[in-house]
Design a binder for this molecule. Structure first.
Ligand SMILES: Nc1ncnc2c1ncn2[C@@H]1O[C@H](COP(=O)(O)OP(=O)(O)OP(=O)(O)O)[C@@H](O)[C@H]1O
Length: 309
């Protein structure tokens, strides 16, 4: 459905995207992750046709996505892009912003659709409020409703929940992703939040220095990351030289905090601090000359013994 073929892009003489290729099937949800500056937002803009590529091609179904050199209005029909700056009209109401691209021919249907979308993002009671009076998180909700209004086939979302507080983020993101799955809408989204990346993606694309490092399922990215870079993008990870475990080679193991368990025998470590994280305690423990993060059901102090699952 979406085919990206060896695309490159430069801002002046600085190459920001380099030889990127991948494809996405209808209805898939793809998380685009990577350290700050790795090129995620630039790639999203390129997919929407906002950039003139220096190399390569992008196809949406049978049509080539062309950059601004080829058209005045960016974006393809049936694609919608949610930028980090929301793109709302400040002096008109929330309802008018959401219904901006809906036909005025069927006014009742339009009102129902706006109502449905505002319910989805939890902004019904603000329908008549001018956008300029909203908080950042409220604006982001309205912007989400707006890009969903015309039932796009492909949604490009750049950090779609970044301004929403933690408590509401989880509910809102579940609503939006469930809605898109039920409608068969394909999504490509960027995020720095491990839960959002792991819970809502079918596949994860990892970027570094303008290139794709890997494209894998979220389970693979989390459980079998092939590098520290990939591992740390989806949560905390410990790096243990295997020689510290009395195995003579130069490899380094990547171990998540929950992959350790405290036991009456095993490797010895000294707890330096202990934090309550809600579900479990996180122990910071000195093991040889490194500090490990270990999950524990109970608060502990002093010397512990641990094993690796
Ligand atoms: N308009 C611009 N002009 C020049 N350089 C730019 C421009 N926009 C982005 N860049 C550069 O391109 C690189 C990639 O930026 P991009 O915004 O795509 O990164 P990102 O992975 O989305 O980062 P973040 O996670 O911080 O949003 C960075 O080095 C950035 O400084």
């Amino acid at each position: 459905m979406l085919r990206v073929q060896s695309i490159s892009f430069s801002y002046e003489d600085k190459e920001v995207l380099s030889q990127i290729s991948f494809s996405v099937l209808k209805g898939q949800s793809i998380a685009l992750i990577g350290e700050s500056g790795s090129g995620k937002s630039t790639l999203i803009k390129a997919l929407y046709g906002l950039l003139n590529l220096t190399e390569g091609k992008i196809f949406w179904k049978a049509d080539q996505v062309l950059g601004p050199a080829y058209h005045l209005v960016p974006g393809m029909d049936k694609m919608k892009y949610l930028a980090q700056d929301f793109d709302l009209m400040p002096f008109v109401s929330v309802a008018e912003n959401v219904g901006r691209f809906l036909s005025n021919f069927y006014l009742k249907e339009k009102a129902n659709r706006v109502n449905e979308l505002l319910t989805l993002v939890g902004m019904n009671e603000f329908a008549n409020v001018k956008a300029k009076f909203l908080s950042g998180g409220q604006m982001q909700r309205v912007a989400l409703a707006k890009v969903l209004a015309l039932e796009p086939e492909l949604l490009l979302l750049d950090e779609p929940f970044s301004h929403i507080d933690h408590h509401q983020k989880s509910k809102l993101s579940q609503h939006v992703f469930q809605y898109c799955k039920s409608k068969g809408i394909t999504i490509i989204y960027t995020s720095h939040t491990p839960e959002e990346i792991l819970m809502f993606s079918d596949e994860v694309i990892v970027m570094k220095d303008g290139q794709i490092v890997t494209k894998e399922t979220p389970q693979h990215i989390y459980e079998l990351p092939s590098s520290e870079y990939i591992a740390q993008l989806t949560g905390e990870v410990n790096l243990i030289p295997v020689r510290y475990l009395s195995i003579q080679n130069d490899e380094v193991l990547l171990i998540r905090p929950h992959q350790f368990f405290i036991s009456s025998e095993g490797y010895q470590a000294e707890i330096i601090s202990c934090y309550y994280s809600g579900r479990v305690y996180l122990l910071k423990a000195k093991f040889q000359d490194i500090i490990l993060t270990i999950e524990s059901r109970e608060p502990l102090k002093g010397i512990i013994k641990f094993q690796i699952r």
